[in-house]
Design a protein around this ligand. Sequence first.
Ligand SMILES: *[C@@H]1O[C@H](CO)[C@@H](O)[C@H](O)[C@H]1NC(C)=O
Ligand SMILES: *[C@@H]1O[C@H](CO)[C@@H](O)[C@H](O)[C@H]1NC(C)=O
Length: 559
Amino acid sequence: MRSGNRDSRDLKRLFVDPVVNMCPVWFVFLLLAALKPESIAAVHENNTGLNFIAVFPENIAYYHPSHPQNQVQITALYDNTQVIIKQSSYDTSYLTLTAAEKRDIILGKKLEMRKQDISDRTLQITSTKIITVHAISLKDNSVQTALVIPTDKLGTEYFIPPIPTIQGTTDSDMVTTSVTEKGPFRIIVVNADQDNKITVEGAMPSEVLLQPYQNTQILLNADAALRTVKTDQPAAVLFGHTCAMRHNCSCGMLYTLLPPAEKKKLNYFIPPVLAKDAEAETFVLLSEGKSTKVEAFNPKSPLVRTSGTAVLYRPGLLLTLIPETDFGSCYAVNFISNMINRAVIIVHKDFIYGIHVQHLPLESPEWETLKGTEFVSTHITLLSGKTIIWHSHSKMAVYFLGQKDSTLFGNPAAMISKTPDFRGCAVIPEVVQIGEEAASWQESLKYCKDNNMELVSISEAKLQEQIKEKIMQANNDNLREVWIGMRRSSLNGEWYWLNKDTVESTNWDEGEPGTVQDGQCVSMSLETGKNFVWSDKDCCHAARPVCYSSPVLLPMYWS
Ligand SMILES: *[C@@H]1O[C@H](CO)[C@@H](O)[C@H](O)[C@H]1NC(C)=O
Ligand SMILES: *[C@@H]1O[C@H](CO)[C@@H](O)[C@H](O)[C@H]1NC(C)=O
């Protein structure tokens, strides 16, 4: 136990400090330069945010007596998260959530969109601390779900996918705007908080002006050949149909939230389970803006490469695919009671170990190979309250896949973090930085503290393993050694960590540590081939420090 020895260790520190203070005074005058700024964050770094907008398209399948149940599912990442949900100027609700709490909010009927060019029926969610949001539209078997993207991560350009061929829905002689469920596919543009001009480009381009929080539906008539949406200010774009035919003459709502246009060639992996039982009816809708393509899904080539948007279609399901560059290490998956809820996971074949659901490692799942790739996929059934999926040392893709009777629906799960941590789901990743100035161990300790960090304590072999790469990345100056937060007690000569962790697993270089005379403080070697081994050094020796701040982990509510 860690706490047992605390008193004696505090005592040791009292005895040790004078030793270090005997360093020559000129080290005190070293300037404490600011630490290097973190590398600039990518655009779609994660799916968490403080502001969200969502719409609920008209769900017209199954008339009387079924009522639509539109809802949002909010997952908080911190305690005391205050959320405001505004359905209209007169309907606002307030909630307070605790860390890892997931809450369903059933929305009023009036929020559902109507056949209107421009509407104010938009849901606004704001929060005092970051959250993730999923939207769920539910009416009997007509169920659709979406990951809601925070407004600060919305784009200003979107590629419109090609329209899949759906018998009874897209046959040219049947499409008519006079009967709602026989209308064409459409996009819904949802405006954030500024005045916005929406331009839809194609054979028959059009323009719409939207005020804050308004939305508009734009019909994708075949002859208009609309390909791209461009907006002056960030906006969200949905693509789908109010009532697309499935099987046996029943129709259901079909929508997906489009990702902002990507113009880099990216890899998209399609797990075989998404096409199971419907291989012949599964298509990939590809759009690179001006050019579009509908590809029949071929399980022998589950890797799709495009510099554009990739959406999977099968009856009932439009699924925006996750590019490899957006793989993450921790996800919050949505969950709907009274249905089958699954998570589909794609990971590199060398990293199938390390996946956890809540606090437990994933028990021997069956992996399917994605032919011709290094990746494998699996799907697991989710249980209520067990919907945080994280990897201890790699990245992966996670989708939610729901099922009602024989119909599937789904969405990319909400990515919380891209930085794996062996201890759990990192809401704030650990920070590893090398200080700017070479100084004594004591000065180094102060330097890290002055920068709101600690001289790193590496009491676990797993931590040493995890931070190796980050130290290498921070080592722009090819340093050969750095200070770490371990030193010897002058009372009894024993080694101890600054953070008071017990010294169990060590990484001493051959022949190290030496005698008490050789050194009282510990440096780590960054020389290639040395595997980050440690040596004892005179504490007055000048080296640069490894400063560290611990991650903030999502609590897992053991059960
Ligand atoms: C369509 O109807 C037939 C006969 O009622 C039934 O066996 C089949 O499962 C249905 N298909 C779907 C996809 O619901
Ligand atoms: C998520 O993204 C935001 C920027 O949008 C960033 O500040 C935050 O650190 C990211 N969280 C994690 C866990 O990477």
